[in-house]
Design a protein around this ligand. Structure first.
Ligand code: SF4
Length: 684
């Protein structure tokens, strides 16, 4: 098929949006269609998947490299743009050392591309590489790795349909993971499973919930501890599981004996009877699964929030069987894989710590260069140090000037860098601050693999050729690797499959996988080369911890960073069905913007009335970090004292208001609790 000069063809590949990983292909006339795949077995897709080609064919695509000349971007030949990129980064390395460069890996790009990018950073001599996982589930990964030994979904999407109770905490899968919701969670509910929804806001997931706990943002620990206390008090714990597979129950039981369920319910602003109902539904179920999202993880106590949830699963023995477990739903189509492939500052590919000499040695045997032993900077730590000890950035397919908290400050911090190179499809807000912008390839133009939310590695295949002089990301990254490091041979690949084979030799959880083995289906990690298959349900017999047991944790509530004045509301941010992440992709789709063109601020009727605000009025939302203007959506869907908007839009830019207090362990920012004043806009 041809549109203008570009050639399109139909080839099964993976949707570029959420972490469910539906199989889609080109269907002609600029549209995608679902094809029967490992996850969407009947070829179902959601509105975002159907609009995926709108991005590929957008008129905004960059088709020539851009270089800054006298303060403005001008187009340049590839040779000149790459020379400028190599000279600019090379000069910073020469003058300040490799740790003065920060690499942003991409949760929206392939495993092979992310593997090459993190290798480039490490061969250059720095572990300063991070990806968008830092902003979504870093805290979930930290808590689950520590307690269970693996920081990913314990179960599979398929087996969640066998649950008798679904405990959905801080997630809205009906809108954010629609095909997984309709294919696996909804059938469980229709079969009689009880759905408990813990969320400050009623949304499409709440519509099928049996119990809704509309907690105050920042009180997840109070709610989880109260539920744990009821489980112990009403003898709903699994004594045999606790004795054989966990440690620390006596200490936790003592702690929970001090928890006053009514006081915790009051602190969270929920009905204590609803907490008891939720605890009984979870504790009495034969198979109970926790499904968790960014409402849980994006707090300065995100790691502790997940620790408190993990207690519920361990107290009741709900781990290691189908229909149970703790299951983070990942946001971007390859946020799992970007992390698996090593796009994180503290771990090598396959999650082996950079501080482990054996792991470094094994990587060195493959690369010919040993990675540095000191963990690098996380994404938000790095942007806070731009112009200080971080002097250059390589930003690959991410948009931190929009997606990081306190985004106005982050955007101007990019101006403090000596040099910045961005590889992207569009002139994003981040690219606007770059010295060189290299036009890369869209999802439908590349080969490689991605890893979805339930650990399935799947193939991506080209459905379109490249527009203008855009280049494949894999080729751009390997060329930068050859020219920036003194090991050009280490970046001499025959193509993505060659890099994937190397990843399977370096990352133990991928060992034994191959393109041929994946075929039209998938291979799931952890993969057993000997058995030729992956593991569906993790921790069936033992945990992947040092002594093979899982510790219970005593978790105390942590107050949010932003104090609230009496007349302020808590702003909490999230996502809707029609758009995706920073909106750089989805807002370029006419059909998605036709469904939802502008953002709105959801505000409770009593909060609106107090401020003289009526439905549809323009309002200003402000705090010491910024001010934005937006239309009010007066609705009882949000609880009193809370306002909600998405982070999909550059205007109003929600992240101009969000705070950058970090979880001390996972370094994830507190997106979900910002104190704001809301008042009628002067123009209203
Ligand atoms: Fe794409 Fe997710 Fe929608 Fe599937 S559910 S079509 S992966 S956005």
């Amino acid at each position: 098929t041809e549109t203008d000069e570009r050639r399109f063809e139909s080839n099964p590949t993976v949707c570029p949006f959420c972490g469910v990983g539906c199989s889609i292909e080109y269907a002609g006339r600029g549209s995608a269609t679902g094809v029967e795949g490992p996850v969407n077995e009947r070829g179902e897709i959601c509105p975002k998947g159907a609009a995926a080609f709108d991005v590929v064919d957008s008129d905004d695509r960059l088709t020539e490299p851009l270089v800054r000349h006298e303060g403005r971007f001008v187009t340049a030949p590839w040779a000149e743009a790459l020379d400028r990129a190599v000279d600019g980064i090379g000069r910073v390395v020469d003058e300040h050392g490799p740790d003065a460069v920060q690499f942003f890996a991409s949760s929206n790009c392939t495993n092979e591309e992310n593997y090459v990018l993190q290798k480039l950073a490490r061969v250059l001599g720095t572990n300063n590489v991070d990806n968008c996982a830092r902003l979504c589930h870093a805290s979930t990964v930290a808590a689950m790795s520590e307690r269970l030994g693996a920081g990913a979904m314990t179960n599979t999407l398929d087996d969640l349909s066998e649950a008798d109770c679904l405990f959905v905490n801080g997630a809205n899968p009906a809108e954010q993971h629609p095909v997984a919701f309709r294919s696996y969670l909804l059938p469980a509910v229709r079969d009689g499973a009880t759905l408990v929804h813990v969320d400050p806001r009623a949304n499409d997931t709440t519509e099928v919930a049996d119990v809704h706990l509309p907690l105050r943002p920042g009180t997840d620990i109070e709610v989880a501890n109260a539920i744990a206390a009821v489980l112990v008090e009403e003898d709903l714990v699994d004594e045999e599981f606790l004795a054989e597979r966990t440690t620390g129950f006596d200490r936790l039981r003592e702690h929970l004996a001090e928890v006053d369920v009514a006081a915790n319910a009051e602190a969270a602003g929920v009905d204590p009877e609803a907490i008891r109902e939720a605890a009984r539904a979870y504790g009495e179920a034969d198979r109970a699964a926790i499904v968790t999202g960014m409402g849980t993880s994006q707090h300065r106590c995100g790691t502790d929030n997940v620790h408190a949830l993990l207690n519920l699963a361990l107290l009741t023995g709900n781990v290691g069987r189908p229909g149970t477990g703790v299951n983070p739903l990942r946001g971007q189509n390859n946020v799992q894989g970007a992390s698996d492939a090593g796009g994180l500052p503290g771990v090598l590919p396959g999650y082996e710590p950079v501080t482990d000499p054996d792991a470094r040695e094994r990587v060195a045997a493959e690369w010919g260069v040993e990675p540095p032993a000191e963990p690098g900077l996380t994404e938000v730590e790095a942007t806070h140090r731009f112009g200080d000890d971080v002097r250059a950035a390589v930003v690959f397919g991410e948009n931190p000037a929009v997606t990081e908290p306190n985004a106005t400050v982050v955007a101007s911090a990019f101006n403090d860098l000596d040099f910045c190179v961005v590889i992207d499809l569009f002139e994003t807000r981040t690219a606007a601050h770059a010295d060189v912008v290299l036009p890369g390839s869209a999802w439908a133009e590349k080969s490689g693999t991605v890893t979805n939310t339930d650990r399935r590695v799947m193939r991506m295949r080209p459905n379109a050729d490249l527009p203008g002089n855009a280049r494949r990301d894999f080729e751009i990254l390997t060329e930068l690797g050859q020219r920036l490091t003194d090991r050009p041979d280490a970046f001499d690949y025959d193509g993505p499959e060659d890099a994937f084979d190397e990843l399977t030799r370096v990352a133990p959880i991928y060992e034994g996988m191959s393109y041929e083995g994946i075929g039209d289906g998938y291979q799931r990690w952890p993969f057993s080369a000997a058995e030729g298959r992956g593991t569906d349900v993790l921790h069936a017999e033992t945990f992947a911890t040092g002594d093979r047991t899982a510790p219970l944790a005593v978790v105390d509530p942590v107050p949010p960073a932003d104090d609230l004045d009496a007349d302020e509301l808590v702003l909490t941010t999230g996502r809707v069905l029609q758009h995706f992440n920073s909106g750089a992709l989805s807002r370029r789709s006419e059909r998605l913007t036709a469904m939802r063109g502008e953002d709105v601020l959801q505000i409770h009727p009593s909060d609106a009335a107090e401020r003289g605000i009526e439905d549809g009025d323009r309002v200003t939302v402000s705090n010491e970090r910024g001010t934005v203007e937006v239309a009010a959506d007066v609705t009882p869907a949000v609880r009193e004292g809370v306002a909600f908007c998405t982070f999909h839009y550059p205007e109003p830019l929600a992240n101009a208001l969000t705070g950058d207090a970090l979880d001390p362990e996972a370094k994830i920012p507190e997106f979900k609790h910002s104190a704001v004043a809301v008042e009628p806009a002067a123009t209203a």
